[in-house]
Design a protein around this ligand. Structure first.
Ligand code: ZN
Length: 422
């Protein structure tokens, strides 16, 4: 029998080798297609815009390489490098209560990882995004965001971790069912309070003011049977010129959010089409399905955690000599992504299926041609690559490739032969 340590090392090499291979493939593919946009986009996306998208994608990918090295470094430092054991020793000698020391261990782990990633996020924002004209964030705003995120993480994560560790300590063999219940409740709570309490900490939300647009949107909402607490505009432009739209919240708290950048990029027809796509996600119950999937997967993962937590080989194989509830949790969440990584394409496939369904819904509710022109506009303005590597895309992309989306949408339009217009 190979030791768990060698199984873990093999999984690390496999996962990071695969990540590196995919990223290098993507870089090669985007580079070699930098002068050749897909046939369907010839004359619609100017060549210089296509080249810009290639350069932007490559710049992000180069940061991706650094990120990969950092991620692998942190993982090995905390596990086989003894980093987690060091943190455990440091905290347990200073804090009398095991519960507090455990909570501090998990928060400390998060804090160290976040601090280590900071230089790369700053580079992404102030070098890459800035170089391509997307950055609107100031250094002061960047720091303020970080401070708010850290505080929020502490206020929400601290009590949650304390409760979880307490349940692990007192609930006996079935602790993992209790933790599952708490974790699910926490997720639903966050989802419910996100639009009204969390998102406003970072952005301003104002009700949509454009009356003509509002009327069109309300008609579309009524047609789709969508009851919400309103349509809001978010000041996304204070951080970035990338545009987006989403809907959020649960039950009556649902709201539709447009970035102000998106509203200034698109025509009313296109905005309506983008909204119809978002409503497609709602109509097909994609959020509910995702929550359902998360419930099932979390239960399975906690069952695995309950099993490995009792096994000496689990701690020894991952570089920890002090088996506690907190070190078990920490090691589990450090090691789990390595073992789950090969499943990434399935999650991406699931997500792309949802995107196609939402597109089809939008094509029925509005004109497919409007969604096509909105997509072309967004691809261009966001400098998203139109020529991703097929394998990379298969693995990671939550959205189908531009060409595929537009081909399918094209099939819904009867307006031949002028399907594309930016
Ligand atoms: Zn979508």
């Amino acid at each position: 029998m190979p030791s768990f340590q060698s199984v873990f090392l093999a999984a690390v090499i496999l996962a990071f080798g695969l990540k590196l291979w995919l990223l290098l493939r993507q870089m090669r593919h985007v580079w070699s297609h930098r002068d050749a946009p897909p046939a369907a986009f010839l004359g619609i996306i100017p060549l210089e815009e296509h080249r810009k998208a290639a350069a932007y994608t490559l710049a992000k990918a180069r940061l991706g390489l650094l990120h990969l090295a950092l991620e692998a470094g942190l993982l090995l430092f905390f596990t086989l490098g003894g980093g987690l054991q060091w943190l455990h020793d440091l905290l347990s000698t200073r804090l009398d209560s095991g519960l507090l020391a455990g909570t501090a261990l998990l928060l400390g782990l998060g804090l160290i990882s976040a601090v280590a990633e900071l230089p790369l996020s700053a580079l992404a924002q102030f070098r890459v995004e800035a170089r391509f004209g997307f950055n609107r964030q100031t250094p002061a705003g960047f720091v303020a965001d970080l401070a708010k995120q850290a505080l929020l993480g502490l206020l929400l994560g601290g009590p949650l971790l304390l409760l979880v560790l307490w349940l692990m300590g007192v609930m006996g063999e079935n602790w993992w069912l209790w933790v599952w219940g708490v974790w699910m409740g926490f997720n639903l709570l966050i989802l419910a309070i996100y639009p009204t309490f969390i998102a406003p900490l970072f952005n301003k939300f104002t009700p949509l003011a454009d009356e003509a647009l509002k009327e069109r949107i309300e008609k579309l909402l009524a047609r789709a049977g969508f009851k919400s607490s309103g349509v809001f505009v978010m000041d996304g432009s204070k951080r970035s010129s990338h545009g987006n739209a989403y809907f959020t919240g649960l039950g009556k708290n649902k709201r539709i959010v447009f970035y102000d950048t998106l509203l200034s990029q698109l025509t009313p027809d296109q905005i309506e089409a983008v909204l119809a796509h978002e409503l497609g996600h709602f109509k097909h119950r994609h959020i509910v399905k995702r929550i359902g999937l998360m419930f099932v997967l979390s239960l399975a993962m906690l069952a695995v955690l309950a099993w490995v937590k009792e096994a000496g080989w689990f701690y020894a194989g991952l570089g920890v000599a002090s088996p506690t509830d907190a070190t078990a949790l920490a090691l589990f969440f450090l090691a789990l992504p390595v073992f789950l990584f090969p499943a990434t394409p399935f999650m991406s496939l699931y997500s792309r299926k949802h995107e196609f369904e939402a597109d089809a819904f939008a094509a029925r509710q509005t004109e497919a041609g409007h969604l096509i022109s909105a997509l072309v506009r967004l691809y261009r303005d966001n400098a998203s690559t139109l020529t991703p590597d097929p394998v990379y895309s298969l693995f990671y992309d939550s959205h189908p490739k531009a060409v595929e989306r537009i081909e399918k949408l094209d099939a819904y339009t009867n307006l031949q032969p002028q399907p594309l217009r930016a």
